[in-house]
Design a protein around this ligand. Structure first.
Ligand code: NFE
Ligand code: MG
Length: 501
């Protein structure tokens, strides 16, 4: 008999997400991804000074503010024909990359790994590692107290098949603590060039207001090396161990197998990771005119299929019949596409980027993950880990290329008119800001955000969004209360604060 599993709220994410599933015969038959909040950034930007846009849109999210700042700056630059100097691109790229490292490490250790870790392994820890001993004492104290929620954030948790492997359990818990420090280092790197973080102060249309001295760049490099060592010595080995321990998760979460990337990390000659789309027919270059946002199943007035450039801020209608999410449904050529680290690597490999394709193939061999299983729950975690390593390696080169004597910002022309689009790859995938400027004011503003793509509800043709599709076929044990569903969902790294904006 069909049954429902509902996760409400999905915890350890940013924003408010509910997942409904219909389960039959021990498998998810159908799923609904429900954004449970309304925000309205696009509406409040209308009529404001364009220079407010990077400041305000960064506040969409504290996890990926740099991406919103850059997308916003690029949209204004495109409208005004502002040419950012090479140094400005490089410095922005470094701030963005530092934010990626912070975000990917956050996602693995602090948001996702606990789905797979038996935290009770702490309680009989008898070794000498001071971090684990501290954690054990703290956990025991919490359990002996009469608090309603003991040992948060580790407990309470969904019941499930947590593994008995001590190396994994204790390693992940110890690295959970170490990763807090490492994320702080990555934040410091972003703040060195961004002025502050989250929500930078130096990223403005035209480039960067700060020209770093050599000593600041060396400070950045020292911190980068520490973060990189953590990725090499903890993140990558933990991921490889997870791949050995959880082979079943290479069999779940396949998804729509269509991927889109705007091209990541601006360098002098274009983006380092290429832009494009991948589907069964293979690689195709990007055609922005094919993007539409549909509102068929969204709590917004009308049944729209709008180009972001033409779209007005959506009008909320919480009682709309048939609607179930505050996210819109972005479609490319009428189809849903997955975005994020997996999509970026797939697009890069399919576009013929040999170094990335080779690194991906070698990593998959080491993880024992066949290429055709990369589209999976485990594959998304693997892609994110490998991407973190590749970015950390590439950052040294970008640092070398910064010229402290060259300009980092273009002079403003104060025209502030016209239309523009700013495209960026945020940690979670393809991010676009579309702006229309009229008489020095924002006429319209439209963000199409990574988690909007991935967590989109059904579109015009009742076709599921990428996460909804990825959940289909997931085997579930009724006693686990949806743990398997949570694992698939979190592999996409949801941010519903961004997705609804
Ligand atoms: Ni709020 Fe974000 C990233 C953006 S995701 S985290 O990465 O843009 O939708
Ligand atoms: Mg939008």
């Amino acid at each position: 008999m069909a049954q429902k599993i509902i996760l409400d709220p999905v915890t350890r994410i940013e924003g408010h997400l509910r997942i409904d599933t219909r389960v039959d015969n021990g498998q998810v038959i159908e799923a609904w991804s429900k954004g449970e909040m309304f925000r309205g950034f696009e509406a409040l930007l209308k009529g404001r000074d364009p220079l407010d846009a990077p400041v305000i849109t960064q506040r969409i999210c504290g996890v990926c503010p740099v991406s919103h700042a850059i997308a916003s700056c690029k949209a204004i630059e495109a409208a005004n024909d502002l040419r950012v100097p090479a140094n400005g691109h490089l410095l922005r790229t470094l701030v963005l990359a530092a934010n990626y490292l912070q975000s990917h490490i956050l996602h693995f250790y602090h948001l996702s790994a606990l789905d797979f870790v038996q935290v009770e392994a702490l309680l009989d820890y008898a070794g000498r590692d001071p971090v684990l001993l501290d954690l054990r004492h703290w956990a025991q104290g919490e359990l002996n107290s009469n608090r309603v929620l003991p040992v948060a954030p580790f407990l309470p948790k969904l019941p499930g098949d947590y593994p008995g492997n001590r190396e994994w359990n204790l390693g992940a818990l110890g690295h959970y603590v170490e990763a807090l420090d490492i994320r702080q280092e990555a934040h410091r790197m972003a703040a060195l060039l961004g002025g502050k973080i989250p929500h930078t102060a130096t990223l403005v249309p035209g480039g960067l207001t700060l020209l770093p001295e050599a000593a600041l760049l060396e400070d950045f490099r020292t911190r980068l090396r520490r973060v990189k060592r953590f990725i090499e010595n903890c993140y990558i080995p933990d991921l490889l161990l997870a791949a050995r321990l959880f082979p079943a998760y290479a069999e779940t979460g396949r998804g729509v197998e269509r991927y889109l990337s705007y091209g990541a990390f601006d360098e002098a000659g274009g983006s380092w990771m290429p832009a494009g789309t991948v589907r069964h027919e293979g690689y195709a270059p990007l055609d922005l005119s094919l993007i539409r946002e549909e509102t068929h199943a969204s709590f917004y007035r009308g049944n729209l299929q709008e180009s972001p450039q033409a779209a007005a801020a959506p009008v909320p209608q919480p009682d709309k019949p048939g609607a179930y999410s505050w996210l819109k449904a972005p479609r490319y050529d009428g189809l849903s596409y997955e975005v994020g680290p997996l999509a970026r690597l797939k697009v890069a490999a399919a576009a013929g980027h040999r170094p990335i394709a080779q690194a991906l193939a070698a990593f998959l061999r080491e993880a024992g993950l066949p290429e055709h299983k990369l589209a999976s729950t485990l594959g998304r975690h693997a892609a994110r880990a490998l991407e973190a390593l590749l970015i950390a390696e590439r950052m040294e080169r970008w640092l070398d290329q910064v010229d402290p004597a060259a300009p980092a910002i273009a002079p403003h022309n104060n025209r502030m008119t016209g239309t523009g689009v700013g495209l960026v790859e945020a940690p979670r995938g393809a991010l676009g800001h579309w702006i229309t400027l009229a008489a020095g004011r924002i006429g319209s503003y439209q963000c199409v955000v990574p988690s909007t793509w991935n967590f989109s509800p059904r579109g015009q043709g009742q076709d599921p969004g990428p996460v909804e599709a990825a959940l289909q076929g997931t085997p579930v044990n009724p006693d686990f209360q949806g743990l398997e569903v949570a694992r698939v969902v979190r592999s996409f790294d949801p941010c519903i604060a961004c997705a609804v904006h």
